[in-house]
Design a protein around this ligand. Structure first.
Ligand code: COA
Length: 224
């Protein structure tokens, strides 16, 4: 669904040539931006220990074997009593969501699927997006995998010409907040009592990173 070019109108409020040219350039710029957005998730990104790659139909079994661990799912704002065992159908829906997002990657360590990382809600006018990341194996938490994946996805600033990436995270999820802070994110705000988890209201923290502060927490990476 392409956007329509602005058209000079024959009506009373005619569009000036300058407005027309600006509209046309805006249209071309947005088109190029969307093209970049559609492509960026298709690249593999490789760090020292972590590889990010697009999801494929072969990932269902690996995802299924990792299951739904309550301590991990709870950090996404789900009450413990609502955490259900992962079914093949659930794994298949997860995969479809990932494949349907051009800016989503599987996190792989030693050729093994261990998690996912995504850019969501891309806004090409404001040049911003939100980020979500999760490691599915509780044995692998706190080993630097998440922060390495986050650093790799920071390439989106350059390749998508993003201005800012924001995340929303339970404010008591100190590990996630620290992992983002290590990559240069700064907790910019806090929304009070936004998540009702385990029969209690919890606050959300809002770490963000703008391209103006990009140098902080950066890392060298290879694009394969
Ligand atoms: C969030 C997540 C992706 C981070 O990845 P990770 O590989 O576990 O994180 P890292 O090892 O890269 O960094 C974690 C940092 O937090 C620190 N940390 C761990 N537990 C902590 C705690 N309770 N309080 C404070 N800091 C803590 C670690 O020491 C480490 O910091 P350091 O390197 O300065 O010592 C991962 O933990 C995860 O998937 N968690 C479950 C889902 C989730 O919370 N997703 C985020 C929702 S937005």
């Amino acid at each position: 669904m392409g956007r329509k070019l602005p058209r000079a109108s024959a009506g009373t409020r005619q569009m000036s040539s300058l407005q027309y040219v600006c509209g046309y350039l805006d249209f071309r710029w947005r088109k190029a931006f969307r093209k970049r957005m559609a492509m960026v998730g298709m690249v593999n990104l490789k760090g020292r220990n972590v590889k990010l790659r697009p999801a494929s139909s072969e990932d269902i079994d690996a995802r299924l074997s990792l299951g739904n661990h309550p301590e991990i799912i709870e950090m996404f704002g789900i009450s413990l009593r609502d955490v259900k065992p992962l079914t093949r159908d659930g794994a298949s829906r997860w995969l479809q969501r990932l494949i349907g997002n051009p800016n989503a990657w599987i996190i792989e360590v030693s050729n093994r699927l261990v998690g996912e990382i995504r850019l969501d809600n891309l806004d090409f006018r404001e040049r911003r997006a939100s980020m979500a990341v999760g490691i599915f194996d509780p044995q692998l938490l706190g080993q630097g995998i998440g922060s390495e994946a986050i650093r790799l996805v920071k390439h989106a600033f350059e390749h998508l010409r993003l201005h800012r990436i924001g995340i929303r995270v339970l404010s008591h999820n100190k590990r996630a907040i620290r992992a983002h802070e290590k990559c240069g994110f700064v907790v910019e705000g806090r929304e009070c009592e936004t998540a009702f988890v385990n029969d209690m209201w919890h606050d959300d923290g809002q770490p963000g990173l703008a391209d103006t502060n990009l140098a902080a927490g950066s890392a060298v990476f290879l694009v394969l």
